[in-house]
Ligand binder design. Structure first.
Ligand SMILES: [Zn+2]
Length: 492
């Protein structure tokens, strides 16, 4: 007998910097990762979904000081806020890593030692313009009007002893791997940006240590320096699955690093170079999603338009927020967020399409006292392979769109057949089709709307299914109609 090993799927979000509490941007990346992870579980794959928090570095040290707290205590509090938010948003991560976790720190020291031993680190002097906000030195060409374009502050001129990582040695190999899709970068436009960057610029060695920053991992061969936060943070992707223990090989290399587009360049250069220098494989794919503005404006604390995903969920329901974020914007592109658009999606799609369908079908089915059986008809308008293809291509919006097409067509079936007028065998056949369609819809939406899927299953009297169960078969549920799934939002 041949036993096929279950396919593995390893997906990560960036680890979030704890100088800020979770906002809608963090939630967007994490919800998208959750949807993808749940989809792969639905396919029966062995999924590992990692998220967490990035807790070292000067910026955290300063934020803790400002809050009058010990850095670790400060990190504990913010990390908890992230965990709490992910619980509310129904994020099904397998592990939450914190870069202050002992096993991570130990593994980073191990990695640094290896880099040093392998000759990828040397001591030099670093001089340059340093932005505290970015926690990195900026080149003149990156500045706008002499200021960091992200933080709108003039960087400080610094000169210091520093250890360097020989990133320049990896220029050609990285360009090759990206061009040949040995590291797949998506969307295509982002891949081209990276390639053109590497063709037009020489990668320079990077400073990886700071003697002024106390809040960080000490270099094992020179404890007067702490490790630059990126070098430490990137390693979470391997330490989070157990590296350097052998067991990490089950999941490495990562199938998908999901990130925001602002951190693509470092993920496509420093991170794979670091892996190669330590002697590890590079990740299979990096996907950079876009950002959103809030009603056309950049989200910022100073504008006071930061959207709190937890508050939003309390107001409209978690599934409404999850649905909206995936449905509203093409994954990978920028989008604009407004509550009005969210309300339109709730009323127009969740209430009018899905909520209505489930309510109508269950009302009709509950009234019918006979045995429900029939021949599949609605299967002809359902294309599971298309939905799966969209998911594999990370066209999340299109996948949800295709599922919704089926929801709408199932509603249409009720109207066209005028099911409420049918009797006997014809009615039984229509109900069979409708109930099976609802069962399959419940499976298909479960990665996007996990709570709603559970509610539908309860009303249909069925257990949660897998993707392979998405075909019409005998209906075996026990119907128990419940409340309407979604509430219509009345606009003020
Ligand atoms: Zn900056």
């Amino acid at each position: 007998m041949i036993v096929l090993a279950r396919k593995k799927f390893y997906i990560t979000t960036p680890i979030y910097y704890v100088n800020d509490v979770p906002h809608i941007g963090h939630a967007y990346t994490t919800i998208a990762a959750d949807v993808i992870a749940r989809w792969h579980r639905l396919k029966g794959e062995d999924v590992f979904f990692l998220t967490g928090t990035d807790e070292h570095g000067e910026k955290i040290q300063q934020a803790a000081e400002k809050a009058g707290k010990e850095p670790k205590k400060f990190c504990d509090e913010i990390a908890k806020k992230f965990k709490d938010a992910w619980k509310i948003l129904n994020i099904s991560y397998n592990h939450f890593i914190r870069t202050t976790d002992k096993y991570h720190v130990k593994a980073v020291i191990n990695a640094l030692q290896t880099l040093y031993k392998n000759g990828y680190i040397y001591k030099g002097k670093y001089q340059g313009l340093y932005c505290v906000g970015c926690e990195k030195y900026l080149t003149e060409s990156e500045l706008i009007d002499g200021k960091c374009p992200l933080h709108l502050k003039e960087p400080q001129f610094l000169s210091e002893d520093s250890y360097f990582f020989t990133l320049s040695k990896f220029h050609t190999v990285l360009l090759n791997k990206i061009e040949k899709d040995e590291i797949v970068i998506k969307p295509e436009a982002r891949k081209n940006e990276i390639i053109s960057f590497l063709q037009n610029n020489k990668l320079e060695d990077i400073s990886i240590s700071r003697s002024k920053v106390k809040w960080g991992i000490k270099l094992p061969w020179d404890e007067s320096h702490t490790c630059y936060v990126w070098i430490d943070a990137f390693l979470n992707y391997v330490t989070g699955i157990g590296w350097p223990n052998k067991k990490f090989e089950r999941y490495w290399p990562a199938d998908l690093h999901l990130i925001g587009k602002d951190i693509l360049r470092v993920h496509a250069t420093i991170w794979p170079a670091e892996l190669l220098a330590v002697g590890l494989k590079v990740p299979k794919q990096i996907f950079a999603h876009g950002y959103f503005t809030i009603k056309g404006q950049k989200m910022s604390k100073s504008l006071g338009n930061v959207v709190d995903p937890v508050e939003l969920s309390k107001k409209y329901s978690v599934d409404a927020v999850r649905y909206f974020l995936i449905r509203e914007f093409p994954f990978g592109e920028d989008g604009d967020f407004s509550e009005e658009a969210l309300i339109n999606r709730i009323n127009g799609e969740l209430v009018a399409d899905l909520g209505n369908l489930i309510y109508r079908v269950l009302t009709l089915a509950e009234r019918y006292k006979g045995r429900i059986k029939g021949k599949p008809e609605l299967d002809k308008i359902l294309d599971i392979s298309l939905i799966d293809k969209h998911m594999e291509n990370l066209e999340l919006q299109d996948a949800l769109g295709a599922i919704w097409e089926f929801v709408r067509n199932t509603n249409k079936y009720i109207n066209e057949k005028q099911v409420w007028k049918l009797e006997g065998e014809e009615l039984s056949n229509a109900l069979y089709n409708l109930l099976e369609a609802c069962r399959i819809i419940s499976i298909l939406i479960s990665p996007f709307l996990p709570e709603t899927s559970e509610k539908i299953n309860k009303q249909l009297g069925i257990k949660a299914g897998k993707l392979k169960d998405c075909k019409f078969r005998k209906f075996t549920g026990r119907i128990k109609k419940g409340e309407y799934l979604f509430k219509k939002v009345v606009k003020m």
